[in-house]
Design a protein around this ligand. Structure first.
Ligand SMILES: *[C@@H]1O[C@H](CO)[C@@H](O)[C@H](O)[C@H]1NC(C)=O
Ligand SMILES: *[C@@H]1O[C@H](CO)[C@@H](O)[C@H](O)[C@H]1NC(C)=O
Ligand SMILES: *[C@@H]1O[C@H](CO)[C@@H](O)[C@H](O)[C@H]1NC(C)=O
Ligand SMILES: *[C@@H]1O[C@H](CO)[C@@H](O)[C@H](O)[C@H]1NC(C)=O
Ligand SMILES: [Zn+2]
Length: 585
């Protein structure tokens, strides 16, 4: 039978640019989002009472958002000046990927729009040496003495341009309205709900950890706790590689954006509960205990949409079915900012992003954004996760793979099919799987939907397989009858054409055969061939969104023009220091 070529495992860390395919086999890249975010001091946009120190929130209050219908979030990307040093071709392809990621996120998340320009706050603890105490004086809580060492506001290592910042003032007397201007009011950024500072460079973090492709951190939130500014750093060395992949870069950008927009362990406690929100304009209240340990001690997100989406996904009525968070590299009791890989394999928000055609913007991730209270989300726009569908409340625990009760897991190291059946796979594990094993795409020529793979699969000498857009992976030991005794071939993954005849109902065609029914959950033999084909149950012809990527997805960067809209060129600020963007590996 046809054996796939030698397997070389590859994994990319989610946060890492997808280009990583030629990393040392078996080495997992770690998403450093949580490390990076922990270094950042966050500023909350100042409340309206602190007049003279920014008017952002005053505007919000004079233009109440209640009643305003949510619109797709306007993400304004501001590129640091240093990023300009990139060769034009590289710059263009990265920008294409960033723009596509930003557009995708914007199409998924809606917010009540900010009225007027977005103006970020300055950190009073940095610019001020002495604040008038809160003793009822006219200037209480205002700054009485400037810090002479104050230079600028930064986010990660990116200096925020003064134009984006509110002014700051010094009140030398406790009661007198007389004030001096330490920094003038900036003009803000118009038509913007979120400011993304993008830095493409070779930062210290990029150099320190070869597996880091990108990283990110959020820096300011609005008065409801919604993040309004963040830095994303893309490590430029990774962009020059031959293996650069457009779609994987887009996914990395989306992953990082999701972190800084709310999927972050230090934002979970500030998610708000708007279920009691009335049209009268009652404020949403923080739902502080959204993350709690489950019976086994692993942390889960317990919020209404997450629970109901997971119940539906696993087909369970278990009321305490929270979204399980990754626990690898996390001290006990400390949260993390990724989904548990055993439960949400394939999700855009697991710590490791695999082959880009297997990564899904899944319903649970969108449910989480719905539950932040800051966004309105159309859950219908999620992609089917497939992984774990209908497997019950126990799915995602280590015991669910050890007992071999689930067909999503495998044992040994045999060949087979990735669970989406777009790829041939090999049974393997990785540190995030905690000893469980799954079929991961082969390193080489794994895609059944790529016609080119037929010439790259010299093992298929007896020509049973067919590659092409409608081909999928089947567990099979089919081979042609020959005049020689054939070694009894073990079952592996083979690529055959398929066509749907109904939900979970399909026919297959192998090289030179007619179309034959392949009963889901059963097997089929094909005349003229020896061996059997196993017909997967509930994996094919059920999920219309499980399709091969469109032909041009990895070449988009060569053809599509950059569209306007979200990009801005660096403003006049001449001293943008290194902008930090965190890409998760
Ligand atoms: C695919 O596998 C063959 C060996 O079977 C190897 O020579 C080739 O370099 C591999 N191609 C890639 C892109 O890794
Ligand atoms: C697996 O087996 C163990 C003990 O045999 C049992 O406690 C556990 O509930 C089982 N898990 C599942 C998912 O069946
Ligand atoms: C194919 O696999 C089936 C099931 O494992 C086995 O019964 C059969 O003998 C195999 N056939 C060949 C030709 O290897
Ligand atoms: C901002 O301040 C830092 C630290 O004081 C300094 O290194 C940097 O050059 C300053 N940037 C600008 C634009 O002034
Ligand atoms: Zn991450």
């Amino acid at each position: 039978m046809a054996l796939p070529p030698p397997f070389r495992p590859w994994l990319t860390v989610v946060c890492v640019l997808p280009v990583l395919m030629d990393q040392i086999p078996g080495v997992l890249q770690k998403c450093i989002y949580d490390e990076v975010q922990a270094e950042v001091r966050k500023v909350r946009l100042e409340p309206a009472t602190s007049q003279g120190r920014g008017f952002y929130s005053q505007r919000l209050e004079t233009n109440p958002r209640v009643g305003a219908s949510p619109q797709p979030i306007r993400i304004h990307t501001w590129i640091t000046r240093e990023s300009d040093n990139l060769p034009e071709a590289e710059r263009r392809r990265v920008m294409m990927a960033v723009e596509e990621g930003v557009d995708k996120v914007s199409s998924l998340l809606s917010v009540p729009r900010i009225v007027g320009p977005l103006l970020l706050s300055r950190d009073i603890s940095k610019y001020c040496k002495f604040v008038w105490s809160n003793s009822g004086g006219a200037n209480s809580n205002r700054c009485g003495r400037a810090n002479v060492n104050y230079r600028n506001e930064t986010c990660l290592d990116v200096t925020i341009p003064d134009q984006h910042l509110s002014g700051c003032y010094i009140y030398p007397q406790p009661d007198s309205p007389y004030r001096t201007v330490l920094r003038a009011e900036g003009s803000g950024v118009s038509d913007t709900d979120f400011l993304l500072y993008l830095h493409i460079g070779s930062t210290h973090k990029c150099r320190a950890e070869p597996d880091v492709w990108a990283y990110a951190a959020h820096c300011q939130t609005d008065t409801d706790g919604r993040p309004v500014a963040a830095v994303v750093v893309i490590c430029r060395d990774r962009l020059t590689q031959q293996t650069y992949k457009h779609q994987a870069t887009v996914q990395m950008v989306i992953h990082e954006l999701f972190h800084v927009l709310g999927f972050s362990k230090d934002l979970f406690p500030t998610w708000t509960d708007c279920s009691t929100h009335t049209h009268g304009g009652a404020k949403c209240s923080p739902q502080k205990t959204v993350v709690r340990p489950d019976g086994s001690g692993q942390l889960r997100i317990f919020s209404p949409s997450v629970i109901s989406v997971l119940q539906k996904h696993l087909r369970s009525s278990e009321p305490e079915l929270g979204g399980l968070l990754e626990n690898l590299h996390v001290s006990p009791g400390r949260g993390s900012s990724h989904w548990e890989a055993l439960l949400l394999q394939g999700s855009i928000m697991t710590a490791v992003l695999e082959e880009s055609s297997t990564v899904r913007i899944d319903p649970l991730t969108l449910a989480a954004f719905q539950d932040t209270g800051w966004y309105s989300v159309d859950l219908g726009r999620a992609q089917n996760l497939v992984w774990g569908q209908g497997e019950g409340a126990q799915f995602g625990s280590v015991s669910s793979c050890q007992n071999r009760t689930s067909a999503f897991f495998c044992s040994g190291s045999g060949l087979g099919c990735h669970f989406l059946h777009l790829h041939k796979g090999e049974c393997q594990t990785d540190p995030y799987l905690e000893g469980c094993r799954i079929y991961k795409p082969l390193k080489n020529a794994s895609e059944c939907w790529k016609k080119e793979n037929s010439v790259r699969s010299p093992g298929d000498k007896l020509r049973v397989e067919v590659w092409g857009r409608d081909s999928r992976c089947f567990f099979s030991n089919l081979s042609r009858h020959t005049h020689f005794p054939v070694d009894s071939s073990s079952v592996g993954g083979q690529c055959y054409r398929h066509r749907c005849t109904g939900p979970n109902s399909y026919q297959i065609q192998v090289s030179g055969s007619d179309w034959v029914d392949c009963p889901a959950g059963g097997t089929v033999q094909i005349s003229g061939y020896q061996g059997v084909v196993f017909c997967p149950d509930r994996r094919l012809c059920l999920y219309p969104d499980v399709t091969p990527p469109s032909d041009d997805e990895d070449t988009a960067s060569h053809t599509s023009p950059v569209q306007g809209g979200t990009w801005s060129t660096p403003l006049t600020n001449p001293t943008m220091v290194s902008v930090v963007i965190l890409l998760l590996l």
